[in-house]
Design a protein around this ligand. Structure first.
Ligand code: ATP
Length: 268
């Protein structure tokens, strides 16, 4: 089976060569097959964001290789990789332009953020139909709000649209960076459901960082746990479905010799 994402012996350092040197990723090897939906968990500072930033290209690679669809993207810019990647961040304000309407934001996503093409062609009637159809699948009534400025929508509505924008062009890889963490529990649950629906409908290969252990177990077919820049647990299929939050916390303790220092878990 071909891999959609292949990470080979990835090391990342911060402040390398100084007294503050931090070896944040210490040789990550990870292969994702088509349609793999992987939850990424780990304590504070384990290296989860560094991993996603390395894959997205927002952090240059120190050593190792990253391949997407068998293309070596290790030295490609964020912009070049963006053709292959959809990404949603924690902050619903990131990823959408607040002064543009819902349909204008979606039109930008359709043109992959190319403003030049956007200004020259605007929102076409054909595209509007597509946006209405896709928005209707969210079940939030947003298909009737095409001409509302996105800045006027709630955080949850906005995050649902960001998710739609990130997946509009069927990216090879979807990166979700704690994308429900800033939402209240009820809205977070709705956005997680929508995520699952979109990932399954479009068979998207997905890496999702979450601090919510229950979501990490419930969603996706595979779960990896990071600790001190290493993958210490990689569990899939039926074994993953059987997990409980207590199992995860115990696994963390077994692997790291410590209790999980995750603020979100400790505060929940
Ligand atoms: N820009 C940076 N400069 C220096 N050190 C950094 C930088 N970004 C991350 N680090 C360090 O790298 C390590 C991994 O950080 P990272 O943000 O990837 O962890 P994380 O698992 O995403 O944590 P959290 O769950 O707290 O967001 C930590 O020790 C962190 O302090």
């Amino acid at each position: 089976m071909t891999n959609i994402l292949e990470i080979r012996d990835l090391h990342q350092y911060f402040e390398r060569g100084t007294v503050n040197e931090n070896h944040a990723l210490t040789g990550i090897n990870l292969n994702l097959a088509a349609g793999d939906f992987v939850s990424v968990i780990g304590g504070n500072g384990a290296g989860k964001s560094t991993l996603l930033n390395s894959v997205a290209g927002s952090l240059p690679i120190d050593t190792g290789h990253i391949l997407i669809n068998n293309i070596d993207v290790t030295y490609q810019s964020v912009e070049k990789r963006a053709k292959l990647i959809g990404r949603v961040f924690q902050d619903p304000k990131m990823g959408t332009a607040p002064l543009l309407t819902v349909e204008e934001n979606l039109a930008l996503a359709l043109r992959r953020g190319e403003w030049r093409n956007f200004w020259s062609s605007g929102v076409k009637r054909r595209d509007r139909k597509l946006f209405q159809e896709r928005l209707a699948t969210l079940g939030l009534g947003l298909e009737n709000r095409l001409t509302t400025d996105i800045g006027l929508l709630s955080g949850g509505q906005r995050q649902a649209i960001t998710l739609l924008m990130a997946t509009l062009k069927n990216p090879a890889l979807l990166l979700l960076d704690e994308h429900t963490a800033a939402l209240d529990p009820k809205t977070s649950a709705i956005v997680m459901q929508l995520t699952d629906q979109l990932v399954n409908e479009l068979n998207l290969t997905t890496l999702m960082i979450t601090h919510n252990m229950a979501d990490a177990i419930k969603y996706g077919n595979r779960l990896i746990m990071l600790d001190h820049g290493k993958i210490v647990v990689d569990i899939a299929g039926a074994d993953k479905k059987k997990l409980s939050v207590t199992d995860l916390l115990n696994m963390f303790k077994e692997n790291s010799g410590q209790e999980m220092n995750d603020d979100a878990v400790l505060l929940s």
